[in-house]
Design a protein around this ligand. Structure first.
Ligand code: PMP
Length: 290
């Protein structure tokens, strides 16, 4: 059994008149990735691809690694996470605390991390990978859990969805939400947050890992660009002004959504995500001025 009951059903909080956020930091390892990890692992345990003696191997910028490291510890599996060297030290410490082994590749080198993961899985019979960057269950998970929860909350306000705003790492969140919510609200917009800097040097950890992966750009209405500096400042302000200590991608999401609301004055509500806890970025935040 996986602990699906601890995952998801996160708080839906009002940030301003038209802006709401799913507070994904409330998941058991502190990020939205607990959803995908527990969903895919439950399926793999059921179909027998994960069993006693399995080692879970995944390429991750950190949050997926933390989520699987926790699940591996809970169920007694091994866990190896392949990750770019420049991801925050707090994330690496968390994985190690759950007993996972970390293999590092170059700064922001996600493609290398995926290549190393494949080599490991192909060479060791007891290694299994959820393959988050290409697994359709990643999208299915968000359609079945995240999007349904959002639909319930928006209908309960009661209101309608004008737009969903989020950055993409794998793209599982935005594509899963798009597939479910666009059927309920056919004119809702699905807006992708993108770092202004290139994939190789931006600092909005967890999004834009160098390829589109599961994102189908034909289903995205607009891309909203945010600089790393703006994302960090907005996430710092969320902590100071609203008591929400969340990660850098959450700052990017909220800022992009606020700008879009300002420019488009939607009639319904806009939903975004506070993807993870802020503690895991304290070493990466800008030095605060006195
Ligand atoms: N924000 C953060 C902090 C993340 O770690 C991730 C996942 N890497 C995302 C956003 C994007 O989620 P997804 O993989 O579902 O696109």
């Amino acid at each position: 059994m996986t602990d699906v009951s601890l995952v998801g059903n996160t708080p839906f909080i009002k940030l301003s008149d038209k802006l709401y956020a799913k507070f994904e930091a409330y998941n058991p390892s502190g990020s939205i990735k607990d959803r995908m990890a527990s969903y895919i692992l439950a399926r793999a345990i059921k179909d027998g691809s994960v069993r006693k003696g399995t080692t879970i191997v995944e390429a991750s910028s950190g949050n997926t690694g933390i989520a699987f490291a926790r699940l591996a510890a809970k169920h007694g599996y091994g866990c190896i996470i392949v990750m770019p060297r420049n991801m925050s030290s707090e994330r690496k410490q968390m994985m190690t605390a759950y007993g996972a082994r970390i293999i590092e590749v170059g700064d922001n080198a996600f493609k290398d991390a995926i290549k190393t993961r494949e080599e490991l899985v192909n060479n060791f019979g007891t290694y299994w990978s959820p393959r988050q960057f290409e697994n359709p269950l990643n999208i299915e998970c968000h359609a079945e859990t995240t999007a349904r929860e959002i639909a319930f909350e928006v209908l309960s306000i009661p209101n309608r969805l004008s737009a969903l705003v989020t950055g993409a790492g794998t793209g599982g969140t935005i594509m899963g939400c798009q597939s479910y919510l666009s059927k309920l609200w056919s004119d809702a917009k699905f807006l992708l947050v993108q770092p202004a800097e290139s994939a190789l040097c931006h600092g909005i950890q967890g999004i834009n890992d160098g390829a589109d992966f599961l994102v189908d750009k034909r289903l995205i209405d607009e891309q909203l660009v945010v600089t790393t500096e703006q994302a960090k400042l907005r996430s710092e302000a969320l902590a100071k002004d609203m008591g929400l200590l969340v990660g850098i991608s959450s700052g990017a999401n909220v800022l992009a959504a606020e700008r879009w609301i300002e420019e488009n004055n939607p009639t319904g509500v806009v939903v975004t995500f506070l993807c993870d806890r802020g503690e895991r970025y304290l070493s990466a935040q800008r030095a605060m001025e006195a």
